[in-house]
Design a protein. Sequence first.
Length: 81
Amino acid sequence: MEAILANTIIAIGIMLGLAFLGLGIGVGILGSRVAEAVGRNPETKSEVVHSVMTLMVVMAVFLLFLFAFVFLLLYFNPLLT
């Protein structure tokens, strides 16, 4: 039973670490592309920023779904009987 809990916590740590790593890399690449796009065509700044904020909200919602899944694994672990 302790081994199952330990493996579950390790898996949760790996999931959260990879999610935040991927999110950080994605936001960095997205920010650089936005700066490049606004630098080339400053008139479209509001449209570009609006679409980027929409993408950021979608990424935040997926991150919240990950947290919900993590808490389900912690408190309602299907492997423990």
